[in-house]
Design a protein around this ligand. Structure first.
Ligand code: NAD
Length: 366
């Protein structure tokens, strides 16, 4: 792989390779853009087929974080780490993650890490032994805990903004919402919708979440027969790529006018975002809607987590989604493209302020 060519392609700032033979650490941190603030993004611990695959994953995920953080209104840039997991080597996780923590400390705040696929609060606790630049550790004073309730709240307010666009009112009272996946986020989302007088039709692969949702007052449908009941809103809260040719056809038949859920990468392909747009189905872009968790985590860096302050920014997801709809209308483009433009315009606007002299950023006198 030609690294500098790959960095130039999407204007990446930095890629850091970290190696520690003794612990077995092989990590790649990619910092995509720090115009708005330090790059924040989780650490993925994963086995890759090749080093190129690991680098590509870090690059792709870091760029995604720039867009997510920018479009959700955070003063935070985008970055991500992948730690390559060697299936043939038994490692001591504490040693690996403490070694990683020391490298993160060396980046001196340009990068803040958190948990992602393959890492949990426990690994972040190890990282915290070596650096302050970590979120989602249970050991740090002012830690914010489980992000799922914040994610669910963001999806809820974003869904209301999307309902307003589709139906002329943001009230979910009387609306029928189909939630696919009633796990950590989907369950709390269901609670909120029911609390507002909406009806929830829920599907899940497993009996336990289904039972919990039923007890809450949801109507349960078979996961294989998701769109068998008429509904107004589809909330994908399980896996990605569930908005595709097949599901869109079923959505139409079920009378769905809004897609608004927590899952990452909901569109199987970009063209499915175009198709929703052509059919007049309002799509609330996934990475803005599900940014409540990262907003919560980022708030830890304002001198410790303050739930009231974080809640304000999570509530603001409503406005960010409305901005997306306004850009989509202005530029006559689908909403998934408008979300990217919202992020890019914010970064471009702030970049300009960097050209104004300040002692802090430009002085050679000190
Ligand atoms: P979770 O694992 O707690 O819940 C997902 C639920 O979906 C599970 O109950 C699972 O059984 C169910 N499921 C899986 N496949 C299904 C299928 N085909 N049909 C129906 N149900 C299915 O995960 P979560 O934390 O609630 O996250 C949900 C989604 O939101 C994920 O895509 C996740 O990446 C995304 N997300 C979560 C957060 C967060 O804070 N938890 C933040 C951002 C994005």
């Amino acid at each position: 792989m030609e690294i500098f060519k790959a960095l130039a392609e999407h204007d990446y700032e930095q890629i850091v390779f970290m190696h520690d033979e003794e612990t077995g650490l092989k990590a790649i941190t990619c910092i995509h853009d720090t115009t708005l603030g330090p790059g924040l993004g989780g650490t993925r611990y994963w086995t890759y087929a090749s080093e190129d695959d690991a680098i590509k994953d870090a690059l792709r995920l870091a760029k995604g974080m720039t867009y997510k953080n920018a479009a959700s209104g955070l003063p935070i840039g985008g970055a991500k780490t992948v730690i390559i997991k060697d299936p043939n080597r038994e490692v001591n996780k504490e040693a690996v993650f403490r070694a990683f923590g020391r490298f993160v400390e060396g980046l001196n705040g340009r990068y803040i890490t958190a948990a992602d696929v393959g890492t949990t609060e426990r690994e972040m606790d190890y990282v915290f032994q070596e650096t302050q630049y970590v979120a989602g550790t249970g050991l740090k004073p002012g830690t914010s805990g489980n992000p799922s309730p914040s994610t669910a709240h963001g999806v809820y307010v974003g869904m209301k903004a999307a309902a307003k666009k589709a139906f002329g009112s943001d009230s979910l009272n009387g609306r029928r919402v189909l939630i696919e996946g009633v796990g950590k986020v989907g369950y709390i989302l269901a609670e909120k919708i029911l609390g507002e007088g909406g009806q929830v039709i829920a599907a899940d692969l497993f009996e336990e979440p289904r039972e919990r949702a039923r007890a809450l007052g949801c109507q349960i449908v078979d996961a294989d027969d998701l769109f068998s009941i008429k509904a107004d809103i589809y909330a994908p809260c399980a896996l990605g790529a569930t908005v595709n040719d097949d599901s869109i056809r079923h959505m139409q038949a079920a009378g769905i006018w809004v897609v608004a859920g927590a899952a990452n990468n909901q569109l199987e392909e970009a063209r499915h975002g175009d198709l929703l747009d052509e059919l007049g189905i309002v799509y609330a872009p996934d990475y803005i809607l599900n940014s409540g968790g990262v907003i919560q985590v980022a708030d830890e860096f304002n001198g410790g987590y303050n739930p009231v302050r974080a809640q304000k920014l999570i509530d603001n997801i409503y406005n960010q989604i409305e901005k997306v709809f306004a850009i989509a209308e202005r530029d006559a483009i689908p909403t998934y493209q408008a979300a990217d433009i919202l992020a890019e315009e914010r970064i471009a606007a702030v970049k300009h302020t960097r050209s104004i002299f300040s002692q802090n950023s430009k002085s050679i006198i000190s």
